[in-house]
Design a binder for this molecule. Structure first.
Ligand code: NAD
Length: 318
């Protein structure tokens, strides 16, 4: 098969490229290298071509989509810092860019997987979160929510194109996906903590650290994407993809210092010092993954300890 991966030089996209290349497929990556990097494609040679371009270039996207069998749409502007620092660029990429990619897939009748996010659920206190649960979102005046809003519009566009034009789309809502190649630069917590731990610098926990998350190893996330893409009955559906084991950010920091044998101290930074005024965080975010488990017999297998070890090995090797 020939596979187009938008955002293919990014964290999840580059791991997808490795998987398909190892199966003997041909892979084309469309990426503007805004948060992605050529370095991520170290193992991806041979049947892999990187097109340095933007998903908002409709002619380019149309041309690439026409020539492929499967589109994996991973390109997005994400990370709390990216969204807060470049809100207009982020909204434009996530809404306008995604519409261009999906319209091209609809026009050429191509199978497509789109990457959505657990941010969709906003601050809904119900846990675990199932695919049909409500979005509970703050004011659009609070820029922090624009990523969630943009991804919701992307999902809605996918649904409308599926119903009106027969778009063969499956939507994946990733919950905190972590692993080698993820950068801490844009606010992702595990790589940020691991890098501080390796350097024996203070680990900065935002807020009181009692907020909890569930982390999913990127290798589990990749196997979910591949199974969903192979299964026709998932077309038109939305699936949560997340890991196992809920942990507070304080406990996460402790586990990371212990696994990396770090001398780092844990320092708490109040939200109003870490983020612009009015920033809101979620106390818990726990995925219900029963839908994908029954659809394609997928469940996460990697533990948080594996994730931390792999991320630590990655940064040490750099
Ligand atoms: N990593 C997670 O925990 C997580 C959680 C929820 C959802 N997601 C979603 O998964 C997808 C992949 O995320 P990731 O973690 O690999 O992030 P990433 O930042 O590593 O990857 C995104 C890629 O898209 C590229 N990109 C951004 N804007 C572009 C544009 N206009 N044109 C072309 N390329 C562009 C970037 O350069 C980057 O390589 C995204 O859609 C994201 O919203 C990720």
């Amino acid at each position: 098969m020939r596979i187009l991966i938008t955002g293919g030089a990014g964290f999840i996209g580059s791991h997808l490229a490795d998987s398909y290349l190892s199966k003997g497929d041909e892979v084309i990556l469309l990426d503007n290298l805004s948060t992605g990097a050529k370095d991520n494609l170290g193992n991806s040679r041979g049947n892999c071509k990187l097109v340095n371009g933007d998903i908002r270039n409709s002619e380019l996207v149309d041309d690439l989509v026409e020539k492929t069998d499967l589109v994996l749409h991973m390109a997005a502007a994400l990370g709390v810092s990216t969204i807060l620092d470049s809100p207009l660029e982020s909204i434009s990429t996530n809404i306008h860019g995604s519409e261009i990619v999906m319209m091209a897939a609809a026009k050429h009748g191509k199978r497509i997987i789109i990457a959505s996010t657990s941010e969709i659920y906003g601050k809904n206190p119900k846990q675990p979160l199932g695919e049909l649960d409500d979005r509970v979102i703050g004011s659009p005046q609070n820029i922090r929510w624009t990523y969630s809003d943009a991804k919701a519009i992307e999902e809605a566009t996918a649904t409308v194109l599926h119903q009106s034009k027969g778009l063969k789309v499956t939507t994946i809502r990733f919950f905190n996906t972590v692993g080698p190649r993820q950068t801490g630069q844009y606010g992702m917590v595990v790589p940020r903590f691991v890098q501080s731990a390796i350097r024996n610098e203070d680990i900065k926990v935002y807020g009181d650290g009692n907020q909890t998350r569930v982390f999913c190893h990127v290798s589990d996330a990749i196997s979910a994407v591949i199974r969903l893409a192979e299964t026709e009955s998932t077309i038109g559906e939305v699936y949560n993809v997340g890991g196992i084991g809920e942990i507070s950010i304080n406990e996460l920091a402790g586990k990371i210092t212990s696994i990396t044998k770090s001398k780092s101290n844990i320092r708490h930074i109040p939200y109003d010092q870490a983020y612009p005024f009015g920033f809101e965080d979620m106390q818990r975010r726990v995925p219900d993954t029963s839908k994908i488990q029954s659809a394609v017999d997928w469940k996460p297998v990697k533990l948080l300890e594996d994730i931390i070890q792999d991320v630590s090995d990655y940064f040490n090797s750099k």
